[in-house]
Design a binder for this molecule. Structure first.
Ligand SMILES: N[C@@H](CCC(=O)N[C@@H](CS)C(=O)NCC(=O)O)C(=O)O
Length: 241
């Protein structure tokens, strides 16, 4: 075979390959996480995508780029995060996390198991909402009151950690909070710890980490999840929260 014929055969094979890949959906654009430069409401999804080995990337928005993103109609409720996948834009972080869970095998078709998972996702969000109330309090008095509600004697943090501990015990302290494998509940729960207690740039690190030792199952869970999410933990940008 001459060099020219070899080149022709090579090009033909490459073209057929590309067409086959397109037909089977392999050559799709990366999944995009559109969010601000923060862990916030996007971190559980980023952890899932990294754990799944998905082809994904961050698109960090702020000011003008956020305005342009909204102007383009990509943020259905004018807020972030927005997950972009296969040409569609998905708002509402919990619903988008569940979508990823379904797509990548971190959710359950069983309604009772799904409740176990969803209830922990909400539990994790309650915790983060309490912290955001402190962080974004409109004035010093409101901040002090929100801090007291969260970290005061017998306040919400203690209820929250106790509830987390009990659920982990009920699940057999398997390193996962629901069942015996990683679910969106783990990404939601661990991302809450990773953004705060494990984050030396967080305003709340000390307030939270000093209490974790009182809950041995929570402590073990966090250690196991650090290993489970090592790829994300090692590779991610350091942010305050
Ligand atoms: N329920 C929504 C809440 C989204 C939300 O509050 N996003 C905030 C950032 S965490 C936001 O976009 N703030 C900017 C704005 O409202 O203009 C979700 O979970 O996605």
């Amino acid at each position: 075979m001459t060099n020219l014929s070899k080149l022709f055969v090579y090009c033909l094979a490459a073209l057929v390959g590309v067409k086959a890949e397109e037909a089977h959906g392999y050559r799709v654009s990366p999944i995009k996480m559109h969010y601000f430069d923060a862990y916030g409401r996007a971190e559980s999804m980023r952890m899932l995508l990294e754990h799944a080995g998905a082809n994904w990337e961050d698109n960090v928005l702020a000011g003008e780029s956020f305005a342009a993103f909204k102007e383009a109609g990509h943020a259905e409720f004018s807020q972030l995060p927005v997950l972009e996948m296969e040409g569609r834009f998905y708002a509402q972080s919990t619903a988008a996390l569940r979508l990823l869970g379904n797509k990548f095998g971190y959710y359950s078709a069983d309604p009772y198991q799904a409740w176990e998972i969803d209830s922990m996702v909400e539990h994790a969000l309650d915790f983060q909402t309490g912290l955001w109330r402190i962080k974004y309090a409109p004035n010093d008095d409101a901040k002090t009151a929100a801090r007291e509600n969260m970290f005061g004697e017998g306040a919400y943090l203690h209820k929250w950690l106790r509830g987390t501990e009990q659920r982990l015990v009920r699940n057999g302290n398997s390193g996962h909070v629901c069942g015996s494998s990683q679910t969106i509940a783990d990404f939601a729960l661990f991302s809450a710890f990773s953004s705060t207690a494990l984050n030396n740039m967080s305003d709340f690190q000390k307030d939270i980490s000093e209490h974790i030792d009182k809950y041995p199952n929570v402590k073990t869970y966090v250690e196991k999840q650090i290993e489970e999410n090592a790829k994300r933990m090692d590779g991610r940008k350091k942010l305050a929260g």
